[in-house]
Ligand binder design. Structure first.
Ligand code: ZN
Ligand code: ZN
Length: 499
């Protein structure tokens, strides 16, 4: 037994070392997206390359393998066992890909990203096509190395949303799509329309920043373990539990980017700040999946930040930072304007209702690419056809169509469904929370503490100790159910559009 205790101790030391590399890489990424001078990028990319290689070596080392073998068999500590299982997954995933192939793939990834950027700028898909074809081929190969039971795409999904399969998605997405497009048709037919022009005006950066800080503070974001900075595309990043940073973007002609972007990223950050401290320095100290992470950001952004109750309690504060013309806008007009539904080409600009439709389009195309039903060359046409079919709009060019997202250029297949899953999880969590707490009244009071505490108790604290679907079932006592999202959206838009 002494040997096991010693192995546990040494294993934790190795995890600390591994974590030191991870944290340094993350900090470097944060710097590269916020503060780095332009000429510093090249050298820094090389530094990240070296550090990533080192991290990869530890994750796939013989030393790691030995700990996995010994502790899997002999440890009786639940926390150690879960940590070992996580390390084993990482180990297996990496070891199954021949290292020469992995190197080629990493080079292809970075090349593809810059080609994608050029193709997007020139609106020329044909530049990107051969690279995307290779990326798809690599992902097919990797999926086969990793293995799967029913569908090849499951192997990729598993990287982001463990336990969720094509079968799960094909059960929930078609119904969800039908409900959303039905609602969209009703909204288009309604003669009652919000007027988004009331939101126009000049919003100085400093005032947006002050409001962003005030909202994060109210959400319970801990500034002694975090900070807010400016970036082009908002993100949250957890270096460790005591250093979880938020970034946002200030558009001086449209405050919505910063306000909703900050609340969204703040939701991600609260998750990371409230993971149990006992998981520190292990791979379990992280959100359990992309989807559960997104459920937290979307919960705060939509189920708190876009509600009437929220603006009831925060409109005066907002107005104290807003330009003169906003002062006369009645709360109801403001609320309806920030919740306007309008099918658009760009996913990241989509409203709450049409957003999941964008995701379903990507999911269907990805699934087809990976199982060989769809050829890369046909993507631009298929993309536009699906946009027309689902959203009723056809992109005028590929720049705002198939070339809009960066994900495929980095070889990220299997990632998009998490966005829609997160949204469904959030609605399902919200439904359960409402049974325990008068959420509306709580939001209207401006005191978010009970809400944050509920999320911490039920979701945040566990980190990766629980798998995503396990959390959903433990919290809500049922399996993933898209009805809650549909009900929430129906109720919301029936009121706004007087359906
Ligand atoms: Zn983002
Ligand atoms: Zn997010």
């Amino acid at each position: 037994m002494d040997n096991v205790a010693q192995a546990e101790k040494d294993f934790k030391e190795l995890l600390k070392e591994q974590n030191a590399y991870r944290e340094t890489i993350m900090l470097t990424h944060w710097d590269m997206r916020t503060k780095i001078p332009k000429k510093g990028v090249e050298q820094r990319s090389e530094v990240v390359g070296f550090l990533s290689e080192k991290l990869h070596q530890i994750e796939t080392s013989e030393k790691m393998k030995n700990f996995i073998d010994v502790l899997k068999e002999h440890s009786e500590d639940d926390f150690i066992k879960k940590t070992v299982a996580e390390c084993e997954e990482i180990y297996e995933r990496n070891r199954k890909i021949p290292s020469a192939e992995f190197k080629e793939y990493v080079m292809l990834q970075s090349k593809s990203e810059s080609i994608w950027q050029e193709a997007k700028e020139k609106d020329d898909f044909s530049l990107f096509q051969p690279y995307l074809e290779q990326l798809v081929e690599y992902n097919k190969k990797f999926a086969n190395y990793w293995g799967y039971k029913d569908h090849i795409y499951d192997a990729l999904l598993d990287n982001y949303e463990p336990g969720v399969t094509v079968k799960t998605l094909d059960q929930v997405f078609p119904d969800l799509r039908k409900s959303l497009t039905g609602l969209l048709d009703q909204i288009s037919a309604s003669s009652v329309k919000p007027d988004p022009s009331v939101l126009e005006g000049h919003f100085p950066k400093e005032k947006q920043e002050a409001f962003s800080l005030a909202i994060l503070e109210k959400m319970g974001y801990d500034f002694s373990s975090g900070r807010l900075d400016e970036t082009i595309h908002p993100f949250a990043i957890a270096l460790n539990q005591n250093d979880v940073r938020v970034t946002t973007n200030y558009d001086e002609t449209d405050f919505r980017t910063a306000v909703f972007g900050t609340i969204h990223e703040g939701g991600h950050a609260l998750y990371e700040q409230n993971i149990s401290k006992s998981l520190a320095n292990t791979p379990l100290s992280d959100g359990t999946s992309m989807g559960i992470h997104e459920s937290q950001s979307l919960f705060w952004e939509n189920f708190v930040g876009r509600t009437k109750s929220f603006w009831n309690s925060h409109y005066d504060l907002f107005k104290s930072f807003a330009p003169k013309n906003l002062q006369e806008v009645p709360l109801d007009d403001f609320y309806r304007a920030v919740n306007e539904v309008k099918p658009s080409f760009i996913r990241i600009e989509a409203d709450e209702l049409t957003y999941p439709l964008h995701i379903m389009i990507r999911y269907e195309l990805e699934k087809g690419l990976i199982n060989g039903d769809i050829k890369v060359a046909d993507l631009p046409r298929l993309w536009n056809e699906k946009m027309q079919e689902y959203l009723g709009v056809t992109p005028p060019n590929d720049r705002v169509g198939v070339l809009q997202d960066i994900h495929w250029s980095g070889g990220d297949f299997g990632y998009f469904p998490s966005y829609a899953l997160g949204y469904m999880y959030a609605a399902q969590f919200n439904h359960t929370l409402q049974k325990e707490l008068d959420v509306d009244r709580q939001i209207a009071s401006g005191n978010f503490t009970p809400i944050r505490e509920w999320l911490t108790k039920n979701i945040h604290q566990y980190g990766k100790m629980k798998k995503p679907l396990e959390i959903v079932e433990d919290v809500t006592n049922e399996k993933l159910n898209s009805d809650y999202l549909v009900n929430y959206l129906t109720e919301k838009y029936t009121d706004i559009y007087k359906l």
